[in-house]
Design a protein around this ligand. Structure first.
Ligand code: FAD
Length: 474
């Protein structure tokens, strides 16, 4: 019987395991072991449940426009647990000039698509608005090379759009420095829009029109842009394990090295122990995978080492609802770096996903660190908790004592897609030996749906190699 070993039990490794389970359930003669170095599965996904609170240490939701996560939840029988964002509180704020200012209506990922809200918003100065409108006239880039998010936004919409929108909203999603992050690997739709329509504003308006036309033909989607699970994203992790009875899930199995070629691989565990395999799926973070590949594919290992990771932290803080000093009338706010705060972003969790806090309480989640202020995410828990309380007092006027304040470090956890990332990944994939497959956030998408898709694809490629089954037949 052919054997596949998956290394890494984050969502990418778990999605690979679940795909292999489906193949086994349909009668394929396959054996599969998943080796996880930590004492629990899920990797960056880690949900804590206590006293009616659902607290996410890492990711808290996923985008519904990329279908892989919703599809996986449905296959796992979790369709009924999918939760949309609260339609009653859709505002998002930007902290600017010492105030929380509502993001103007019609702003589609920083591109204005409605004239009046944009014209009257106090978020941008008059000169900033005029510079953004220059996008309507500026010619398209004359070559196809990659560039940084900062260079792209500065070129098309100006410095103010970069500082007040692109840096906190777009680079913030990646906890990245806009001056070094690749626009092509993080927001390819902007590059495509410029290529196709020249102007981002005209392109977004054309897309909006097409979407409205299509929407009248398609049934209405039940999903909001961001979705989560009722009892936290950990539900997905638990369900994959429960629904994959033929996969051997081993935690506390930290891999030290791999060796072999083609269909003859061996995996050495720290502290002794070995697993033989016909194919290997490496679903570990890039720098760990680089270590495994050092002896078998040194060029790929060197390129993988160039992929940088930065530290972030999340601070979840809950209060009694009665007498709470802020209306929490929205999803939360983002903070541009020039405002000089510790918090990068704050989600008003109990407004965005009301089921996450029990009746009588509100809960907020703050995001700190990232490429622009990594030192903050390296501080001890007490210092970080105090920095958050200070910021919440000065930004939102919150002075109440919290019911709890939980700080979670995510050390060197957030992968950075820097300029020319996708070329680097293409070369790594070309260098890989037969029988080796890579999955996870280091490659072609950091979001949960991307990682699920990457894990599923790596499993399909391994199955095809071992059983000669093409994806089309499955
Ligand atoms: C703070 C934070 C917030 C985020 N928020 C969101 C969000 O809201 N929405 C979203 O879509 N995405 C979000 N992301 C991104 C997303 O969570 C990750 O990209 C994704 O979960 C990564 O999954 P993965 O399987 O590739 O890697 P990981 O989750 O890192 O899994 C890798 C696994 O490999 C294991 N491992 C490491 N070394 C070894 C070894 N030697 N032997 C065996 N096992 C090993 C690790 O223990 C780990 O379990 C967030 C990320 C972070 C850090």
């Amino acid at each position: 019987m052919k054997k596949i070993v998956i290394i890494g039990g984050g969502i990418a490794g778990l999605a690979a395991a679940y795909r292999i389970q489906k193949e086994i359930s349909e009668g394929a003669a396959l054996e599969c072991v998943l080796l996880e170095g930590g004492d629990r599965f899920g990797g960056k996904i880690a949900t804590e449940r206590s006293d009616g609170f659902v607290i996410e240490r890492g990711p808290d939701s996923f985008i519904s426009q990329k279908p892989a996560a919703i599809q996986l939840c449905q296959q796992l029988g979790l369709g009924g647990h999918l939760v949309s964002t609260n339609p009653g509180a859709p505002n998002t704020y930007v902290y600017t000039g010492g105030k929380l200012v509502t993001m103007p209506d019609g702003l589609s990922l920083m591109i204005p698509t409605k004239f009046l809200p944009f014209a009257f918003t106090p978020l941008f100065s008059l000169s900033g608005k005029i510079r953004m409108a220059f996008d309507l006239l500026i010619p398209r880039k004359d070559d196809e090379s990659d560039e940084s998010l900062a260079s792209f936004v500065r070129r098309r919409m100006g410095e103010e759009a970069l500082r007040k929108m692109a840096e906190p909203m777009l680079a913030g999603i990646y906890a990245s420095d806009p001056e070094t992050m690749s626009i092509g690997s993080t927001f390819p739709m902007f590059v495509e829009t410029e290529r196709k329509y020249r102007s981002l504003i005209l392109g977004m308006l054309a897309r909006k029109k097409a979407m409205l036309l299509n929407a009248s033909k398609r049934p209405k989607s039940n999903y909001s842009l961001f979705m989560t699970l009722k009892d936290g994203l950990g539900e997905m992790v638990e369900a994959v394990i429960n629904k994959s009875p033929d996969i051997q899930f081993q935690s506390g199995a930290r891999v030290e090295s791999i060796a072999g070629k083609e269909d003859d691989w061996s995996v050495r565990l720290e502290g002794g122990g070995e697993q033989k395999a016909d194919a290997l799926i490496l679903a570990t973070p890039g720098h760990i995978t680089a270590r495994f590949l050092q002896t078998v594919t040194p060029k790929a290992a060197e390129l993988l080492k160039q992929i940088k990771y930065v530290s972030t932290a999340t601070v979840t803080i809950a209060y009694k609802k009665e007498g709470f000093s802020h209306a929490l009338d929205g999803f939360g706010f983002v903070v541009p770096k020039c405002e000089g705060r510790s918090i990068l972003a704050c989600t008003w969790t109990s407004s965005k996903f009301p089921h996450r806090a029990p009746d009588g309480h509100v809960m907020l989640r703050c995001y700190l660190g990232g490429a622009l202020q990594e030192d903050i995410a390296e501080k001890d828990e007490e210092t970080m908790a105090n920095l958050v309380k200070q910021d919440l007092k000065e930004i939102m006027g919150v002075t109440e004592e919290p019911v709890f304040c939980k700080v979670f470090h995510n050390r060197k956890s957030n992968v950075q897609y820097q300029v020319n990332h996708s070329q680097r990944i293409d070369t790594i994939m070309q260098e890989l030996q037969k029988g080796l497959f890579l999955a996870g956030s280091a490659y072609r998408g950091i979001g949960i749906p991307d990682c699920i898709q990457s894990g599923t694809q790596s499993a399909e490629s391994a199955i095809e190699l071992l059983l000669g089954k093409s994806k089309a037949e499955t």
